[in-house]
Design a protein around this ligand. Structure first.
Ligand code: PMV
Length: 329
């Protein structure tokens, strides 16, 4: 039996624009998905998921036992979850040069699913690491990130950037621009507060919406370029530890994402509640449409305010997690 964990992430800046070659800066946060795998005698994959938004399900596939999980969640979410795990197992078999090996897989995660904080990437990254080690092979985090990206790319029909998977595998704050992925050094401690509305956005649809606007209006194309400018300014503020400036830029970034049509009433409400509570800045994180916002606040005020905000299901603080994928006992 082998277990690994990998962190969730928030986008400090740059989601959506990263799809068109602009840079983005995601940051790993101290919330983890843990995946335990055990080699089976047969070639089936049996997945048990706990604590995810999926609220627990068991599903076995391979051989003659394929069946739909009996859970009260939207089928696309379950299908995506199974696709990610199957993809992680395939990558591990490929990396270890093994074939026809089955696994019992247990996923324990306290990362809300499909909410813009990288739950699927964390599961895939931890899954690849655990399954390869179970097969006696060790991969470095960059290789795990690359293999995890291939899984996300497949499941998301080519609409995924490398941001989530690289950030989850490496930890810390990272910079992504196309295939160029690097870790940012000397990053200050960042007081993240996350608000979650209990919903999920449809990443594919939201990405398609931005693409449509970009093709129709030159000013939408300029807006994507302006997000790139915010990311570049944000990177330099991050390097100097200027948190107030980072907060202002996050506010600006949220406004532009909103203009591109990817915010939602619940996300805007949480963003404003955070700002009014004294947060240095607040924005949606990830694809949008529903899910999470990220704010910066050293005090407890933003988290408390979010907890009393209608439409906010839960709010929590999370420090930057400098550790990426790691072996667990
Ligand atoms: O919602 P998430 O965490 O999957 O983020 C999506 C971010 C996008 O930029 C919209 C797409 C991508 O893969 O970068």
């Amino acid at each position: 039996m082998t277990a690994s964990s990998a962190p969730a992430k928030v986008y400090l800046f740059g989601e959506h624009a990263v799809v068109y070659g602009e840079p983005a800066v995601p940051c790993a946060i101290e919330r983890r998905a843990r995946v335990t795998v055990e080699r089976r005698e047969d070639s089936q994959i049996c997945v048990q998921a706990n604590d995810l938004t999926l609220d627990g399900f068991t599903v076995t596939w391979g051989g003659n036992t394929d069946r739909r999980p009996d859970v009260d969640v939207p089928t696309p979410l379950v299908e995506a979850a199974m696709g990610y795990i199957e993809g992680a197992v395939d990558q591990a078999l490929d990396a270890a040069g093994a074939r026809g090996v089955g696994f019992d897989v247990t996923v324990e995660s306290d990362i809300p699913l499909g909410a813009g904080i990288g739950s699927s990437a964390a599961v895939v990254v931890a899954g690849i690491d655990a399954a390869t080690r179970e097969l006696g092979t060790e991969l470095d985090p960059e290789t795990i990130a690359d293999r995890a990206y291939r899984v996300e790319h497949g499941v998301q029909d080519g609409e995924a950037s490398r941001a989530d998977t690289f950030c989850s595998a490496m930890g810390g704050a990272v910079r992504i621009q196309g295939d160029d992925c690097r870790q940012l050094g000397d990053v200050p401690s960042i007081p993240f507060v996350i608000g979650y509305d209990g919903n999920t956005g449809d990443t594919r649809e939201l990405v398609a919406g931005v693409r449509g606007l970009k093709e129709e209006y030159e000013f939408a194309d300029d807006t994507v370029g302006a997000i790139g400018d915010i990311v570049r300014a944000g990177e330099s503020a991050l390097g100097d530890g200027r948190l107030e400036e980072i907060g202002r830029l996050m506010n600006f970034n949220h406004g532009l994402l909103s203009a591109l049509g990817v915010s939602a009433r619940s996300l805007d409400t949480m963003v404003w509640a955070a700002r009014e509570a004294g947060a240095l800045g607040a924005k949606l994180t990830g694809a949008g449409g529903g899910g999470c916002i990220v704010a910066l606040d050293r005090s407890e005020q933003t988290r408390t305010a979010l907890e009393y905000t209608p439409g906010c299901e839960t709010a929590f603080r999370a420090e930057l997690d400098t550790e990426g994928v790691r072996a667990e006992r």
